[in-house]
Write a protein that binds this ligand. Structure first.
Ligand SMILES: Nc1ncnc2c1ncn2[C@@H]1O[C@H](COP(=O)(O)OP(=O)(O)OP(=O)(O)O)[C@@H](O)[C@H]1O
Length: 465
């Protein structure tokens, strides 16, 4: 089957020759570019089967500089070079290419090198997969309790407000205490509930989520507590409710503020007595369950308005964790943007798209009424629209760009400088000094940048997805 080949070569005639040879053998050439920068840009939107990579190219970088990005994206590559001097050869070898062709080359050398490279790459990928599977199995067999990933691997952000919340999660998770998670819609409450479960001794038992707002009021009780066959008209089978499904683990009652008063009374009983009967059933079922709830409403106001039972409120609110809205922690935005860019690239099998500093600055200044869910959706849209692989502007309603920015009380020039620095750090993939680093982008000496970062409280942790 023909391969989709990407040629990185600055000599027009040689690139053309290569193209003719490849096409005559049934392969296709998806693009020819002359520089590393051009190649990186192309790879944010496309995924070739293999790259033919000349070492000496137009521009400051050599083909060897492109190799790490290709390896990271899992794309095989073959070097082509006229220069076979031992030093270059050694430097190129350290990047573990899938082949090496010395100019001038013959048709059959190229085609054979392609075949070998694809075979080797495929074999190497299989081998790595087997190794990973074996390692994962050993981990499971060797230690049941060992965590293979970080504590909060899916919760991105480094703001003081988020870190405070995560600290509370860490403290309360190992206990059986009921936890109430508060915060606006889309702020990440479900992620916090998952983290509480994952860090508890119940982590190998089920975590069952119930969205109380999504179930019609007439069905919520049978959904939560289950029913026996024939308990009411339409109950043709016995149903095991969510509480029983969560036995030994955690139940996460999302949008608890939407629960009808009548169901609240039954829920209170279940929580107090730690037992339930299915609707229409006679047997009492003992429960061993941890209860985590979440709401975007002000429950206390709901209590005052007679819509939420005060005794239930006290039961579920033994320990509360409030997640700040995104507009109160804009310093998390660059890392979240980067996370969504990486996540999308992984799904598409391409390199992540780049975002220009002015576009990032606009994202940072936006008020995000829909919080992180809205940011995720906006990024998805911008990624689709950014055909060239670079996001240079973002489409956001002007109304929600914060007029009160910079926040009251902060020195006038601080937030702009802070966001410029954060934008430069995002662009440089977290690199502060050296070539392509944030200091170079901002055109200031690296030590000056470091001291400004300290002054502005930017503790940058580059997040790789
Ligand atoms: N800190 C974070 N890092 C990465 N992704 C996040 C983070 N917080 C939220 N998300 C993502 O944002 C989306 C919305 O989060 P989530 O569903 O947890 O919000 P929520 O507060 O439970 O919303 P709702 O009140 O509407 O149920 C999800 O896709 C989630 O993965």
């Amino acid at each position: 089957m023909g391969l989709n080949v990407f040629i990185v070569e600055d000599q027009f005639i040689e690139a053309n020759d290569l193209q003719l040879i490849l096409e005559s053998a049934g392969h296709s050439v998806c693009a020819i570019v002359k520089s590393v920068a051009g190649a990186l840009e192309f790879l944010t939107t496309a995924r070739p089967d293999i790259v033919l990579l000349d070492i000496f190219l137009k521009g400051p970088e050599t083909g060897i500089d492109l190799a790490p990005a290709l390896t990271a994206a899992g794309i095989p590559f073959i070097y082509i070079s006229a220069n076979s001097d031992p030093l270059t050869f050694e430097a190129a070898k350290t990047t573990r290419p899938d082949g090496f062709l010395i100019k001038p080359f013959r048709r059959q050398d190229i085609l054979l090198a392609l075949d070998i490279a694809i075979y080797r790459h495929h074999y190497a990928a299989q081998h790595t997969l087997h190794q990973q599977q074996a390692r994962a199995q050993n981990l499971r067999i060797g230690s049941k309790t060992k965590e293979s990933t970080g504590e909060f691997n899916e919760i991105i952000g480094n703001s003081a407000k988020l870190l405070e919340a995560l600290d509370l999660v860490r403290q309360v998770a190992p206990m059986d205490t009921s936890v109430l998670i508060l915060g606006e819609t889309g702020v990440g409450k479900e992620g916090i509930a998952r983290a509480i479960h994952r860090l508890s001794k119940r982590k190998n038992k089920p975590l069952v989520k119930v969205n109380c707002a999504a179930i019609p009021p007439g069905l919520i009780e049978s959904e939560l507590f289950g029913h026996e066959k024939g308990a009411f008209s339409g109950a043709s089978e016995r149903r095991i409710g969510k509480f029983e499904q969560a036995q030994g683990g955690t139940i996460f009652l999302d949008e608890i503020g939407e629960m009808p008063l009548e169901t609240q009374t039954k829920l209170l009983r279940v929580i107090q007595e730690k037992e339930l009967e299915r609707i229409g059933g006679r047997t009492t079922i003992r429960l061993d369950i941890r209860i985590v709830t979440a709401t975007n409403r002000n429950l206390y106001k709901e209590v005052a308005a007679g819509k939420f039972r005060i005794d239930l409120y006290y039961r579920i609110n033994v320990f509360s964790i409030t997640l700040a809205p995104l507009r109160e922690r804009p310093e998390d935005i660059p890392a979240l943007v980067d996370y969504f860019l990486q996540k999308n690239a992984r799904l598409m099998g391409t390199l992540p798209r780049r975002i220009e500093p002015q576009a990032l600055a606009r994202l940072v200044r936006y008020a995000w009424p829909g919080n992180i869910r809205e940011l995720e959706n906006v990024m998805e849209r911008q990624i689709i629209l950014a055909r060239s692989g670079v996001i240079s502007s973002v489409d956001l309603p002007d109304d929600d760009i914060r007029a009160d920015y910079p926040p009251a009380g902060s020195p006038k020039n601080q937030p702009d400088e802070k966001h410029m620095i954060m934008a430069a750090l995002t662009k440089s993939n977290g690199k502060v000094s050296g070539k392509g680093g944030a200091a170079e982008i901002l055109n200031i000496p690296a030590p000056t940048l470091v001291s400004r970062m300290k002054k502005l409280g930017i503790s940058w942790r580059f997040v790789v997805g």
